[in-house]
Design a protein around this ligand. Structure first.
Ligand SMILES: N[C@@H](CCC(=O)N[C@@H](CS)C(=O)NCC(=O)O)C(=O)O
Length: 215
C-alpha cells in the first residue's frame, strides 16, 4: 500500500492512525505541492490523503477509512451498536464537512488576503466552535474513555486531529467544551495518537506558509 500524505494534514493523520491501529504496513509519500502533476494522476483534486492498495486508488479520508474498515476489519473502527455507529458517522461528517473545510489553510489564507490577515484567526475559531458545540452535545451521554465508548473508533480519528488544530494552531477557547478537553487529554496520552501527532515537516511550500503558531 502507498499513502500520499502530509504529516500536518489532519485528513492524512486520520488515515495514518487507522493504518497503524489495523497493523497495516504502507509506504508513506509526503506531498508538499497540491499541483504536483504525478500526484494529480493519483488524486485529480490534489488533496491529501490518497491511498493506493494494489489496483485500487481511493482519495478522501472518509472514503479511505470506510474502504479500510471493510477490507481490513481488524481493530474495528465502527461499533456494532447502531446508535453508537451512527454517532461515529455524525461526528466524522461534522468534522469533515462543517469544520475542517472551513479552517483549511487554503481557505484561511484566502480570507486573510480577501478580508484582512486579522480575520484569519476569528474566522477559523468561529467555525470550529460551531462544530464543537454540536459534537460536545452529541457525545455527552455516550462518551467513555473515548468519544463513543471505551474503544478507539472513527469519531476519535476525526476528533483527535481537529482538536489538535483547534487548540495548538487556532488557539480556540476550549472552556465551554469539558468533554472535548477530556478526550483531547486522553488522545495526547495514548501512544498511537502520540505517534501520529509528533510527526512533522518544517517549512514546506504548502503547509509551511502559515506556521502552526501563527495561523
Ligand atoms: N475531504 C477531504 C479533504 C482533504 C483536504 O482538505 N486535505 C488538505 C489537508 S488536510 C490538503 O490537501 N490541503 C492542501 C491544499 O489544499 O492544497 C478529506 O477528508 O480527505
Amino acid at each position: 500500500m502507498k499513502l500520499y500524505s502530509h504529516p500536518l494534514s489532519s485528513c492524512s493523520r486520520r488515515v495514518r492512525l487507522a493504518l497503524l491501529l489495523k497493523g497495516l504496513e504502507y509506504e508513506c509519500i509526503n506531498i508538499t505541492s497540491s499541483t504536483d502533476p504525478e500526484f494529480l494522476k493519483v488524486n485529480p483534486m490534489g488533496y491529501v490523503p490518497a491511498l493506493v492498495d494494489g489496483s485500487t486508488i481511493v482519495s478522501d479520508s472518509y472514503a479511505i477509512l470506510l474502504y479500510l474498515e471493510e477490507k481490513y476489519p481488524q481493530h474495528a473502527l465502527l461499533p456494532q451498536d447502531l446508535k453508537r455507529k451512527t454517532l461515529n458517522y455524525q461526528v466524522a461528517s461534522i468534522v469533515s464537512s462543517s469544520i475542517q473545510p472551513l479552517q483549511n489553510l487554503v481557505l484561511v489564507n484566502y480570507i486573510g488576503e480577501l478580508v484582512s490577515p486579522d480575520e484569519k484567526l476569528p474566522w477559523a475559531q468561529y467555525h470550529i466552535r460551531n462544530g464543537f458545540v454540536a459534537v460536545e452535545k452529541l457525545l455527552v451521554n455516550y462518551a467513555g474513555k473515548y468519544a463513543t465508548g471505551d474503544e478507539i473508533c472513527l469519531a476519535d480519528l476525526y476528533l483527535a486531529f481537529q482538536l489538535d488544530n483547534a487548540i495548538n494552531r487556532f488557539k480556540v477557547d476550549m472552556a465551554e467544551f469539558p468533554l472535548l478537553l477530556k478526550l483531547n487529554k486522553t488522545y495526547t496520552e495514548t501512544p498511537s495518537f502520540q505517534q501520529i501527532l509528533t510527526e512533522t515537516i518544517k517549512d514546506d511550500p504548502v503547509f509551511g506558509i502559515i506556521k502552526r503558531q501563527e495561523a
